[in-house]
Design a protein around this ligand. Structure first.
Ligand SMILES: [Zn+2]
Length: 135
């Protein structure tokens, strides 16, 4: 298949993809919600940690965490240059994630974090059941 984008356009598209984080995983989760008839979620709520999905009525928060950036064990990275830099960045993200979860739980939110790989590999049933049991 030929690339429909010019080189410049392609890099613009790619940086847009990166700046929006794990957009495609979030979109996949929306269709999962729909297929389970889960509704009542909002996006872009201004809460601690900028949650991906918020169910205001039921006080549920759902995060979709990218496996690489949030340090999930499923992603084994080959050692390379700048390793220290990335390791520090990822461990900072992990600390921030647990801080955010704790803060939100202190405010009586039920926090559910779904890994990117759970969505990609269709291993989300347990997390979806969790959400449904709270609705
Ligand atoms: Zn993972």
């Amino acid at each position: 298949m030929t690339d429909v984008f010019s080189k410049e356009k392609r890099s613009q598209v790619m940086s847009a993809v990166h700046s929006k984080g794990n957009k495609s995983t979030e979109i996949a989760l929306i269709s999962i919600f729909k297929s389970y008839k889960i509704s009542g979620w909002r996006r872009n709520c201004q809460l601690t940690g900028k949650p991906d999905f918020v169910f205001p009525k039921h006080k549920i928060i759902v995060f979709v965490d990218g496996c690489y950036w949030h340090g999930h064990g499923c992603r084994k990275r080959k050692p390379g240059h700048n390793d220290k830099y990335w390791k520090e960045k990822i461990s900072k993200n992990k600390k921030r994630d647990s801080f955010v979860t704790k803060e939100l739980r202190n405010d009586r939110w039920k926090v559910i974090r779904i890994w990117e790989c759970e969505i990609r590999k269709h291993k989300y049933a347990r997390k979806i059941n969790n959400i449904m049991s709270l609705l």
